[in-house]
Write a protein that binds this ligand. Structure first.
Ligand code: FMN
Length: 305
């Protein structure tokens, strides 16, 4: 069965709807021992910033009853390192490489976008709108439709025609309004959702389990929240949605497509078993056949009441 998905017709075409979710698949290179990167629909990389970042204090990750709580703090070696040392090693001719970009100023988003979009190996950019905005006392860009739209506009202006994907979080008054705002400001697609802030504590030690104290929740507990966000947003925007949150199986992929997603991101599941994402991409065609789905485009958003 034809698994191809068109995110931006003629510009961002995926061979299947299974992408890695930002920050959970390294740059992609780290997962080469576990499967063929080119068998995936796309690779959304770890968060990239203009300058190297040391990240959050340890420990950075802890288990929750149904997933993970993490605070990595966008540890990375900066955009120049990515462009010079990482991108050339990725199979960008065979699978779309989509850097996830993080910044705390709108201008930095623009600068990052310009630097990355100039590279032939970059297929599109994903804007991490969960970043804190230094000009709004640390409020996250995605918390407010106006700041989310400003960040996306800056990236779009600098991206030289490369598609821009806005990554939304439910940590806002109204994610649907934020979705409308990023669409109006030029986003070519939306991915949702990012992590949701949480806290895990250790009573014996009387301290937080993460070095940063708080972190972001991810994993299976997120799936109902993510499905709800995708479903709501799909009804009001005309751009494609990449559903992210708790995807662990090919059936989860179909659930997201049923509520209106074009594609999905596999996140925390890659930590528990690094082969998961490859298995999901491999198993999807047979699962579609089992459920009598012969056209993903017709199946998308077909949930009845
Ligand atoms: C350790 C870790 C690091 C992450 N880093 C980023 C990041 O840099 N940028 C981003 O947009 N999302 C980041 N995310 C969020 C994921 O891309 C995804 O939206 C979230 O984990 C929900 O998906 P999941 O339940 O499948 O993990 C990170 C998630 C985890 C667990």
């Amino acid at each position: 069965m034809d698994m191809r998905v068109s995110l931006v017709p003629g510009v961002l075409e995926l061979k299947n709807p299974v992408l890695s979710a930002a920050g959970t698949f390294g740059s992609g290179l780290e997962y080469r021992p576990y499967g063929d990167l080119a068998s995936l629909g796309g690779i959304i990389t770890n968060g990239i910033t203009l300058h190297p970042r040391a990240g959050s204090p340890m420990p950075r990750i802890t288990a929750t009853p149904s997933g993970l709580l993490s605070s990595v703090g966008v540890q990375n070696d900066g955009v120049e390192h990515f462009v010079d040392r990482v991108l050339p090693l990725l199979p960008w001719g065979e699978v779309p490489i989509i850097p996830n970009i993080s910044a705390s100023h709108v201008d930095d988003f623009g600068e990052l976008a310009a630097r990355l979009a100039a590279e032939e190996g970059v297929a599109a950019l994903e804007v991490n709108l969960s970043c804190r905005n230094a000009n709004r006392s640390g409020q996250r860009f995605c918390q407010n439709p106006v700041t989310a739209a400003r960040a996306v506009s800056a990236v779009k202006r600098a991206a030289g025609g490369k598609p821009v994907i806005a990554k939304l979080s439910p940590q806002t008054m109204d994610i649907v309004e934020v979705a409308r705002a990023v669409e109006a400001s030029g986003a070519d697609a939306i991915s949702c959702i990012g992590k949701v802030e949480g806290l895990m504590v250790d009573v014996k030690e009387r301290r937080a389990k993460l070095g940063n104290i708080t972190g972001g929740m991810s994993g299976p507990a997120m799936k109902p929240l993510a499905l709800h966000c995708v479903w709501q947003i799909a009804q009001v925007v005309n751009i494609p949605i990449i559903g992210v949150g708790g995807v662990c199986s090919a059936l989860d992929v179909l659930e997201f497509i049923l509520v209106g997603a074009h594609a999905v991101g596999v996140g925390s599941a890659s930590f528990s078993d690094p082969e998961t994402i490859f298995r999901i991409a491999r198993e999807l065609p047979a699962l579609c056949a089992e459920y009598g789905i012969d056209d993903l485009n017709a199946f998308r958003g077909s949930m009845g009441r």
